[in-house]
Ligand binder design. Structure first.
Ligand code: CMP
Length: 140
C-alpha cells in the first residue's frame, strides 16, 4: 500500500466539485486516510511549492493557490502515486481534454495554471507533502 497527497485547488472548490472529485477516487478503490479544508497563506504556499521556486510561473502559482480555500486529502491504495497521477491527467487541462477526456483536470480544470487538482508526483514528493499538510494525529 502506498499513500499520496491530493489538493483540490481553489478553482475546483469554487465550482462545487469537492464531492465529485473525492467520489471519483473512492470509486477507483482508494481509501481516504486524512481530509481537511483550509486556505494557504502566501508563506505556506511558497514553501509547499518550493521545488518550483525558479520557474517563471512560481508567483502566479502561489497567488492562485492562496486565492481561496483548498481541500487536501491523503489517499491510500496500491501504487497510489502513479495511479492518482494517471486519474488526474496532464498538467494542462486543455491538453487533458484532448488526450485524457475523463481525467479530473479535463473535467474540472481550465488551463495550465487553473488545473483543479494537485497530486504528489513521486514518493519523495509525497514524503514532503503529506507531513507538510497533516500531523501524525490527523492521519487515520
Ligand atoms: P501542480 O500539480 O499543482 O504542480 C505545480 C503546478 O504548477 C502545476 O500543478 C500547475 O498548476 C502549475 N503550472 C505548471 N506549469 C505552469 C505554467 N506554464 N503556467 C502556470 N502554472 C503552471
Amino acid at each position: 500500500m502506498e499513500r499520496t497527497l491530493i489538493i483540490i485547488k481553489p478553482d475546483a472548490v469554487e465550482k462545487g466539485a469537492i464531492g465529485k472529485i473525492l467520489d471519483r477516487f473512492i470509486q477507483e478503490g482508494f481509501t481516504i486516510k486524512a481530509l481537511k479544508m483550509f486556505r494557504f497563506t502566501k508563506e505556506q504556499a511558497q514553501k509547499f511549492y518550493i521545488v518550483h521556486k525558479e520557474r517563471p510561473f512560481y508567483g502566479e502559482l502561489v497567488e492562485f493557490m492562496t486565492s481561496g480555500p483548498v481541500v487536501a486529502c491523503v489517499l491510500e491504495g496500491q501504487n497510489a502515486i502513479s495511479r492518482v497521477r494517471e486519474i488526474i491527467g496532464p498538467t494542462d487541462s486543455e491538453e487533458a481534454r484532448k488526450v485524457a477526456p475523463n481525467s479530473i483536470r479535463a473535467l474540472f480544470g481550465t488551463d495550465k495554471g487553473k488545473n483543479a487538482i494537485h497530486a504528489s508526483d513521486s514518493p519523495e514528493s509525497a514524503s514532503y507533502e503529506i507531513p507538510f499538510i497533516f500531523s501524525e494525529l490527523e492521519i487515520c
